[in-house]
Ligand binder design. Sequence first.
Ligand SMILES: Nc1ncnc2c1ncn2[C@@H]1O[C@H](COP(=O)(O)OP(=O)(O)OP(=O)(O)O)[C@@H](O)[C@H]1O
Ligand SMILES: [Mg+2]
Length: 660
Amino acid sequence: MTTLTRPPKSSKSMAKRAPASNKKKETSSRATAESMAKQQREISVSEFFAKNRHLLGFDNPRKALLTTIKEAVDNALDACEEAGILPDLFVQILQVNESRFKVTVRDNGPGIIRTQIDNVFGKLLYGSKFHRMKMSRGQQGIGISAAGMYGLMTTGKPVTIISKTSKRKPAHEVLLKIDTSKNRPEIVSDTEHPEDDHLFNDGHGTQVVIELDGKYQKGKQSVDAYLEQTAIANPHANITYVSPTNETFEFPRAVKELPPEPKEIKPHPKGIELGTLIQMLERTKTTQLGAFLQKDFCRVGPGKAKELCSKAGITNRTWIKQVGHEQAESLYKAIQETKITSPPVDCLVPIGSRALLAGLLKEVKAEFFAAATRPPSVYRGNPFQIEVAMAYGGALPTEETARVLRFANRVPLLYQQASCCSFKAAIETGWRNYGMSQSKNSLPSGPIVLLIHMASVWVPFTSESKEAIADYDDIRKEMRLAIQECGRKLGTYMRRRKRMQHQAERRGIFARYIGEISKSCESITGTPAKKIYDALKKMADQKTAEADYQLDEEGNFVADDGLANDDNVVVLDPDQQVTPDQIETDLFGEPVGGKSKRGKKTRKKTRKKVTKKAGKKTLKKKTRKSTRSDGQPTLLGQENRKKKKKRIVKKKKVRRSRRA
Ligand SMILES: Nc1ncnc2c1ncn2[C@@H]1O[C@H](COP(=O)(O)OP(=O)(O)OP(=O)(O)O)[C@@H](O)[C@H]1O
Ligand SMILES: [Mg+2]
């Protein structure tokens, strides 16, 4: 105790005795503004990301392998769609040694012209998508160059790019490295390679080969899962994948049409901040304020421009050069106070409920499928749209919690689930309302796959690695509403399933005793047991089936629970297998994602066919209506009424005869 309170004797005395020269040394080692100035210099982007590779999704070998494939596949799909080409992708992972892999991704896109290859692959923050407001998988201009840089840093091997831009031009091969200190490409070799022309059957495309340190492991966050989910969200793509174990997986195309091309839009005035407005004023090519507002923003016409300017106390003829900070601030205030139409939504191309269903049907073995697409909405001036699809039952595991498949602009998000807005929307949904069990603040448990897709001109990712969507209130609300829409359909299906199970149980009980009863009746009445058995069996079937249909007082079927007529719901037999061709024709009666070639009636017919095939006769019957839209009974309704009358008369007769 005493030692603690006693002053540190030795150190004091040492300080007293310390020679003057030592003191000098200490002070001289301290940094001065001048010495610090010598160390202050620019940091290159690639140097920064080489040190902080975890920000780009290269924090461990397993994730690095996935990120590399993801960046290359996303670029390939983007390029094909932009060029209006149905994507045909080849992905190969070759294991070089225990920890080293050679990744090859080849597409049939438009290719990359020779002069651009260097910058696209050898410079971070260089791309065609950052400066525009158009829906695409890539946004930042870092993806593929970062993957190449990671490969170079871990193996020292350059990236190999082979590109062919037309049938007439030979393939071109470039080997390059990134000079991280300068964020510049370093060309190792650059040659024409006509011998590689055979790689591109369509006469154009790009192949990227990156060697990197990685780890291949199957599971929910594996390359296999990423490609499987990519196939779900991109049913128009054909993907061939050769895994490190030399297995070939085919993800065939389920839709033979490309999704419509998203349109590019300009920023919405409500979505910009004061600083951005000032920057835009400094950089605009227009000379007058009115023209600036109309040309550099969307949803601002001559009238709205005039209104904004007059509210800001300036005219729309004011020269841009004369707009100072004060005017800019009052213009910004005027924008906030004025009602401006929401941004256009034709810039969004959702996957579409039917294409989502097709994707899920192709990859998930379940019995109930539902999808919902929300109307477009806006966050911070950026249009976005949410889609949700759900699969339930079948071969899905019953003991686990629901599996959430998250997508942003058709790209699967495999990491950081807990910090993703879509996950938060899923856990705050009341799943118990739909017959599912759910603990507090968690996903429902049961055989459920929940797919959530956000389409936007700018997806707000939580980091550069593009793994999770930021938690904006507007986005979360839309997600929750879409989940609820699907959930209600699931709830209806669950109730129907319960009812059917109950009837099946009743039928089972009847069936158990019918044999005994018919034998006893035979001994009393002498009627053959077989005859009695058949009659009783028929009656039991009828009774339980009737209860399924539920007739109302007038003998009509109780109104359909809504699922049979819903185009966004598919119910299959638990063991039913569907092929891609069946998905396109049988389930929807027309190519998914394409325009209707046949009428709606035909579609309904084919749907009935499927449900019949699945053995759900109840569904088939329920699609027939007993009343017309004008309230008059249909032929079926009339028939029912006649039948009911007959039944009542018959019952009365039976009662009378019994009394007699
Ligand atoms: N396979 C390809 N075919 C055609 N062009 C490509 C291909 N891969 C990349 N590009 C071009 O190279 C650019 C840079 O790609 P990179 O992946 O680095 O960035 P990005 O896709 O724009 O954004 P992000 O960093 O979000 O992926 C792209 O914008 C695209 O123009
Ligand atoms: Mg990219």
